[in-house]
Design a protein around this ligand. Structure first.
Ligand SMILES: Nc1ncnc2c1ncn2[C@@H]1O[C@H](COP(=O)(O)OP(=O)(O)OP(=O)(O)O)[C@@H](O)[C@H]1O
Ligand SMILES: [Mg+2]
Length: 454
């Protein structure tokens, strides 16, 4: 029994063998399971790699299929275009054939006579001939236009034209006082005007610059006026024109001032009751004047009472007075004749400013009461026909026209250069008193000196 118990050596050996076997089994089992796991893992990885490769191949296939589809669509479109073009070509070919047939049936007389040869240089345009032609044409046109304008120019521009076309003496040519000359003259006249109390009066231009062509022109006009009646200087003078704005007032004022500068006593009457200006030019007060005298029976003393004195020029001024409704009636009255007689007995010269003769009868009525008439013509502007009509109106009433004053003549005129050359030079001692002394009046001093033209 002992031999059969666990303590028995045989049992112990068998147990050891069993344990050894069990350990071996366990060992084998564990080794097997590791091998299996490793195998399985390897399998798994291989399978995964295959799956990925398959997926990639699938994606590639799908992309290719899509691009093939697109190419197929494009191919179909191009195929359609080719078909259309083929149809078009067929129809064109057919038409060409038809044309050939038509052409073949008609006789053709066109043949090549000569072949074109390429020239060495440009054949046109011919620059020199074109330029010379243009030159001649423009020259011809310019000359033609100038002649045409000259032909249609109905104005009076020079003293020769006045004498030739109006048969009236040209007593003076007054140049146009341009803006800059006016500005200069105005500037120089500041002190004078303050002394005079005159406002800006362009009509008094000659006061301010004794050497200017303008002042010289008025001196020349004065000489002509004084010489216009044989034997003695004219005592009364009417200044008028055909149309408004030709320079009657300007001429009347400057002629009167220049006459006063010879020492003569001069009165200027504003008989232009349509547009009276003398009151504002001489800065006189708004008091009774010509219309007051003519509309009432005033005495000679009262008439003279209404004549104002311009201190600066020594000129006596009879303003128009309140504007009446019937100027022509008043101016044609006996009272006007009486007034003229009175003034002529008291003064050496009576200068009368008036409205235009072509518009109103006032000037025509007055012309018969004076020794003579100065007809002012706007140089280069007044029409010959209009001036001729004025001359006729004045002749019809027996007025004596001393002559024409060409006023506002453009600087380029020959007459202007005449003045520039002979009177304008500064070193030439211009002397208004060298002109004819019209009266035996002594040269007055005082206020007159302040306005000496020299
Ligand atoms: N020689 C001249 N140069 C430049 N301007 C001038 C000249 N003569 C006159 N004028 C200008 O022409 C305008 C008209 O002149 P003025 O008033 O003397 O004419 P008028 O004939 O008296 O006009 P109206 O018929 O209105 O009385 C004025 O502004 C004057 O200053
Ligand atoms: Mg006037």
């Amino acid at each position: 029994m002992v031999d059969a118990t666990e303590e028995a050596p045989e049992v112990k050996e068998v147990d050891q063998q069993i344990a050894e076997l069990e350990r071996q089994v366990k060992d084998v089992r564990s080794r097997k399971s590791v091998t299996l796991l490793t195998n399985l893992e390897t399998d798994y990885r291989q399978t995964l790699a295959r799956e990925q490769a398959l997926r990639k191949a699938f994606e590639q296939q799908r992309g290719e299929t899509l691009s093939q589809n697109e190419a197929a669509i494009n191919y179909r479109i191009i195929q359609q275009e080719i078909d259309t073009n083929k149809t078009l070509l067929d129809s064109l070919l057919q038409r060409s054939k038809e044309n050939d047939v038509i052409m073949a049936s008609k006789p053709n007389n066109i043949s090549i006579v000569d072949y074109a040869v390429t020239p060495d240089g440009p054949i046109g345009p011919n620059r020199s001939s074109t330029v010379s032609m243009a030159l001649f044409l423009s020259l011809g046109l310019g000359v033609g236009l100038a002649l045409l304008l000259e032909y249609f120019d109905d104005t009076l521009r020079s003293s020769e034209e006045v004498e030739r076309l109006l048969q009236l003496p040209a007593l003076g040519v007054i140049p146009s006082a341009n803006a800059s000359a006016r500005r200069r003259l105005m500037g120089a006249s500041g002190a004078l005007q303050k002394r005079n109390g005159h406002s800006d009066s362009p009509e008094l231009l000659m006061n301010v610059d004794g050497h200017s062509p303008l002042a010289e022109a008025y001196r020349h006009l004065r000489t002509s006026v004084l010489l216009s009646t044989a034997g003695r200087a004219p005592r009364s003078l009417l200044v008028t024109s055909s149309l408004p704005g030709e320079g009657k007032t300007t001429t009347a004022v400057n002629t009167a001032v220049s006459l006063a500068q010879t020492g003569a006593s001069v009165v200027i009457i504003d008989a232009d009751m349509r547009r009276p200006r003398l009151r504002s030019i001489f800065g006189l007060s708004d008091r009774a004047g010509l219309s007051s005298i003519l509309s009432s029976d005033v005495s000679e003393a009262d008439m003279l009472e209404m004549v104002s004195t311009d201190e600066a020029t020594g000129l006596r001024v009879l303003t128009s007075g309140p504007i009446p409704p019937n100027p022509a009636e008043l101016l044609g009255s006996d009272q006007m004749r009486r007034l003229m007689a009175t003034l002529q007995s008291q003064f050496s010269h009576v200068v009368v400013d008036s409205p235009p003769v072509n518009s109103f009868t006032d000037g025509v009525l007055l012309s018969s009461m004076v020794d003579g008439v100065l007809l002012v013509v706007h140089g280069g502007k007044s029409s010959r026909h209009v001036v001729r009509r004025s001359r006729q109106l004045l002749h019809d009433v027996g007025a004596k026209i001393f002559g024409v004053v060409l006023n506002n003549v453009a600087l380029q005129s020959h007459d202007y250069y005449y003045y520039q050359r002979y009177y304008g030079a500064r070193n030439y001692k211009s002397d208004g008193d060298d002109d004819i002394e019209p009266t035996s009046h002594a040269r007055r001093n005082g206020s007159h000196n302040t306005l000496d033209l020299n």
